[in-house]
Design a protein. Structure first.
Length: 310
């Protein structure tokens, strides 16, 4: 089995209580030893256009069974979840039913908590003539029955930036729309377009804050643009607590010369977020970057653009 090697040039900060792992997620999951309060999964949606990594063929393919791939990784995640932990799974209409079946099988139907509904946009896609599907879901299960939550919350997530306190004492969560999320991450790189479909930071801070306390850890096994890392840094800084993150992202080369590799974006985005948040808050834990030993760091990491803060 490949070893994990630290990439010191990409690690940042003095207290590195957080980690970003570059490699195939099932391989890295088998080497993790810590338990986590929250496991967040935002896997590539099975829309028919996406390619997935085929472990047997060691290549990217359209032929990978999406359901089988997700099932095996959720099974691994279950063993890393705290007894009082939860899993949050982002998905759209294409595979919502499949995700519920997978989580029912692994966690048990009795441990289903809820499905949050996030309105991600307020405009239609070009191919939508009559029905505009503007929302996505975050499915939530617990490992064991939760005794209580500290907040009364609605499952509806507004694409606004202010909380909506209702007369019944419940609160609608907030999660900016996808356009705002895209503007935010691009702003970290001098307004260069680095990705089109990131999750908003405040969507994840809203969801994570329901469950986390000081000292908890969050695992994201499809890190993508790295929003989970920035969300954890924001929660820690704003509340003067320590919520640590572990991100996993496979090296996936992109034709987009700006970002070069999805794993490169994961790391560079969190380095920029760390610098930005550090300007507002004095105490902030950094993170270490690790690479599967069969990969070469010079093939993955590049500065994104020339003008952003280094």
């Amino acid at each position: 089995m490949d070893k994990l090697v630290e990439v010191s040039n990409e690690s940042i900060g003095r207290n590195r209580r957080n980690s970003i792992y570059i490699g195939e997620n099932s391989q890295i999951l088998s080497q993790l030893q810590q338990n986590y309060k929250i496991i967040y999964i935002d896997a590539p949606y099975n829309t028919g256009d996406e390619v997935f990594f085929d472990q047997e063929k060691n290549s990217w393919s359209h032929q990978v069974d999406w359901t089988e791939m997700i099932y095996s990784r959720v099974k691994q995640c279950y063993n890393l979840l705290d007894d009082n932990g939860v899993i949050l799974f982002s998905i759209d209409d294409h595979e919502l039913v499949s995700v519920r079946k997978i989580l029912d099988n692994i966690f048990g139907k009795v441990n289903y908590l809820t499905t949050f509904v996030w309105r991600r946009r307020n405009f239609s896609d070009a191919h939508e003539d009559y029905i505009s599907c503007d929302h996505e879901y975050i499915v939530c299960y617990s490992k064991s029955k939760l005794k209580y939550l500290q907040k009364k919350i609605s499952t509806w997530i507004n694409c606004e930036d202010t909380l909506n306190y209702r007369e019944d004492g419940f609160t609608d969560l907030i999660g900016s729309n996808q356009a705002s999320a895209r503007n935010h991450i691009n702003k970290l790189f001098n307004n260069q377009v680095v990705t089109n479909y990131p999750k908003p930071v405040n969507l994840l801070t809203s969801l994570f804050s329901i469950f986390v306390e000081d000292g908890d850890r969050i695992l994201d096994i499809f890190a993508g643009s790295g929003t989970t890392g920035e969300a954890c840094m924001e929660i820690s800084s704003q509340n003067n607590i320590s919520v640590n993150f572990t991100l996993i992202q496979i090296s996936k080369p992109k034709n987009n010369k700006l970002i070069h590799d999805v794993a490169n974006l994961t790391v560079q985005r969190n380095k920029q977020a760390y610098k930005s948040i550090s300007k507002k808050y004095a105490k902030l834990d950094g993170f270490s970057v690790y690479l599967i030993s069969s990969l070469r760091e010079e093939n993955i990491f590049r500065n994104i653009g020339e003008n952003y803060e280094k």
